[in-house]
Write a protein that binds this ligand. Structure first.
Ligand SMILES: Nc1ncnc2c1ncn2[C@@H]1O[C@H](COP(=O)(O)OP(=O)(O)OP(=O)(O)O)[C@@H](O)[C@H]1O
Length: 432
C-alpha cells in the first residue's frame, strides 16, 4: 500500500492526536467527519453531509461563515448538536491543493466564557450568570407586585440602586416618580429637611417652602440608601411617617398625607445595628418585611471576566479600540482580586485598562496600580522574623525593580507603606 494512502481508521485518531477536537468540512461546506474528542465535547455527533451553516453559528464578525473560514482567526461560535447548543472557539485551517480550498479543518476548543454567557441573564441593567443573584431577580419580580417594604443589603457597588429601580419599574407605581436619597451623605438636620421638606423661615437660609423627597415621591417609590446611618431622632420621625403615612415639614405643624413605597438599602447587617443599640428595632421591622441579599463580586467569581468583557464592549461602542481578550496574567489578576468596590470597581478598572492599553489584548500592566501592589488581605510578614526586610534584601529588591518602589514592595511581599517606612528607617530616600 502506498504511504500516501493511510488506512482511514488511522486518519481521525492521528488528526486528534495532533490537533484535539477537529471538524472536517468539505469544499461544499458540508460536514465530512469529526474526531471522537469533538463528539465527546459536543455530547453527540454530526451527520456527514449536514450543511455547516446549519450547525455552526459564529457569534462575532460580519459575514456568517465567510469570515470564519477565510481569515483564519479564532472566533467564538455556537455549535448545534441535537437540541443542544455548545459555546466554542473555532479556528479554520484551509486544506488546499492548488489555489482552491478543498475543504477545511476546524480546530475547536470549548469556550468557558461563552458557556457562561448562555446561562447569563440581564435584568434591568444587572448582568449575571450566578444563580444566587438570579434568585434575587425572581424575588424582585414577585415582591414588586405588592406594597411590602424591601430592604436591600449588599456591599457598595453590588447593584442595590439598580435593584431598587427594578422594583419600582416592575410595580404598579412605575408611572409615578422614583427618588433616591443617601442617608449617609448629609448632616442630620439637612437630611431631615431633604426627606420631609421645610416651610419658609424654618431655619436660616430657608427662603421658601421645600417639599422634600417624600412628597416629591408621592405615588411613586423612595429609595433610602445607607439607611443604617440615619441618626436616632430621625429614625423616630421616619417611623412616625411610615405609621401615619403623613409627613410634617421642618418648621411646619400640619401633617401632609403621602403615598410612597419605601425601598431601603444598607451595607450593614441591620440586626446587628439593632443589637448594638444604633438602630430602632421597630423601624427595622417596618423596613425589612422582605430582605434581599446581593452577593459580592468575589462570591460570584465566574461573573468577573464576562462582566469585564461586557464593559470593554460598551467602551468600544464609544471608542475605537477593540479588545478581544485578556492575557493569562491579567485574567489571573482579575480573578484573584478581592473587588472591595464590587462591580463598580470592575467597571472603573476596565475603563482604566481600555484607556491605558493598546491593541486587542488587555495585559496585566494595563490594570490599575492596585493590581500590581501586594494584596492587603494577605497579612504582612513581620519584617524581623523572616528577615524579608533586611537592608541587603531591600536594596536588592530595589535594584531588581529598577528603583520602582511599588514593584520592589511587590517583590518583597509587603505593602508600599511598609517599604516606605523601612526605607526611611534605613536612611534611604523613601521617594525617588
Ligand atoms: N450585575 C451587574 N451588572 C452590570 N452592572 C452592574 C452590576 N452590578 C452593579 N453594576 C454597576 O455597578 C455600578 C454600581 O451599581 P449601583 O449604584 O446599583 O450599586 P450600589 O450597590 O447601589 O452601590 P452604592 O452602595 O455604592 O451606592 C453601576 O455602574 C452599575 O451599572
Amino acid at each position: 500500500m502506498p504511504a500516501s494512502r493511510a488506512p482511514s481508521h488511522l486518519v481521525l485518531p492521528a488528526l486528534e492526536a495532533l490537533a484535539g477536537p477537529v471538524l472536517l468540512v468539505d469544499d461544499a461546506r458540508k460536514v465530512a467527519a469529526l474526531t471522537p474528542a469533538l463528539e465527546a465535547l459536543l455530547g453527540g455527533t454530526l451527520r456527514a453531509g449536514t450543511p455547516l451553516a446549519q450547525v455552526l453559528v459564529p457569534r462575532e464578525g460580519p459575514g456568517p461563515l465567510d469570515g470564519l473560514l477565510k481569515d483564519g482567526r479564532e472566533t467564538s461560535a455556537h455549535l448545534r448538536v441535537g437540541g443542544r447548543v455548545k459555546a466554542v472557539r473555532v479556528r479554520a485551517v484551509p486544506l488546499a491543493r492548488g489555489p482552491r480550498a478543498s475543504g477545511w479543518a476546524l480546530l475547536v476548543t470549548p469556550d468557558a466564557l461563552g458557556e457562561a454567557a448562555s446561562r447569563a441573564e440581564l435584568f434591568h441593567g444587572l448582568w449575571t450568570q450566578a444563580p444566587e443573584l438570579q434568585r434575587v431577580f425572581r424575588i424582585v419580580e414577585k415582591v414588586a407586585r405588592t406594597e411590602s417594604s424591601v430592604l436591600v443589603r449588599g456591599e457598595s457597588g453590588t447593584g442595590k440602586e439598580h435593584i431598587a429601580h427594578a422594583l419600582h419599574a416592575l410595580s404598579a407605581r412605575a408611572r409615578g416618580p422614583f427618588r433616591a436619597i443617601n442617608c449617609a451623605a448629609l448632616p442630620p438636620n439637612l437630611l431631615e429637611s431633604e426627606l420631609f421638606g421645610h416651610v419658609r423661615g424654618a431655619f436660616t437660609g430657608a427662603v421658601r417652602d421645600s417639599p422634600g423627597h417624600f412628597r416629591l415621591a408621592d405615588k411613586g417609590s423612595l429609595f433610602l440608601d445607607e439607611v443604617a446611618e440615619m441618626p436616632p431622632d430621625l429614625q423616630a420621625k421616619m417611623l412616625r411617617v411610615l405609621e401615619t403615612r403623613t409627613v410634617i415639614p421642618v418648621g411646619g405643624r400640619q401633617p401632609v398625607p403621602v403615598d410612597v413605597r419605601i425601598i431601603a438599602a444598607t451595607h450593614r447587617a441591620l440586626r446587628r445595628e439593632v443589637e448594638a443599640g444604633r438602630f430602632r428595632a421597630d423601624l427595622m421591622y417596618r423596613l425589612r418585611v422582605v430582605p434581599l441579599f446581593l452577593p459580592t463580586l468575589r462570591e460570584r467569581r465566574a461573573d468577573i471576566l464576562p462582566l469585564a468583557m461586557r464593559f470593554l464592549d460598551e467602551l468600544r461602542q464609544r471608542g475605537t479600540r477593540r479588545v478581544e481578550r485578556f492575557s493569562p496574567g491579567a485574567r489571573r489578576r482579575l480573578e484573584e482580586h478581592p473587588w472591595p468596590g464590587n462591580v463598580r470597581e470592575l467597571r472603573n478598572a476596565m475603563e482604566y485598562a481600555y484607556v491605558i492599553g493598546e491593541g486587542p489584548v488587555v495585559h496585566e500592566a494595563d490594570l490599575p496600580p492596585e493590581f500590581s501592589e501586594p494584596r492587603p488581605a494577605t497579612p504582612e510578614a513581620p519584617p524581623s522574623r523572616d528577615g524579608s526586610l533586611e537592608p541587603a534584601r531591600v536594596r536588592e529588591a530595589l535594584a531588581q525593580a529598577g528603583g520602582n518602589r511599588s514593584e520592589a514592595a511587590r517583590r518583597l511581599g509587603v505593602s508600599r507603606v511598609t517599604l516606605w517606612r523601612r526605607l526611611r528607617d534605613l536612611g534611604l530616600p523613601p521617594e525617588r
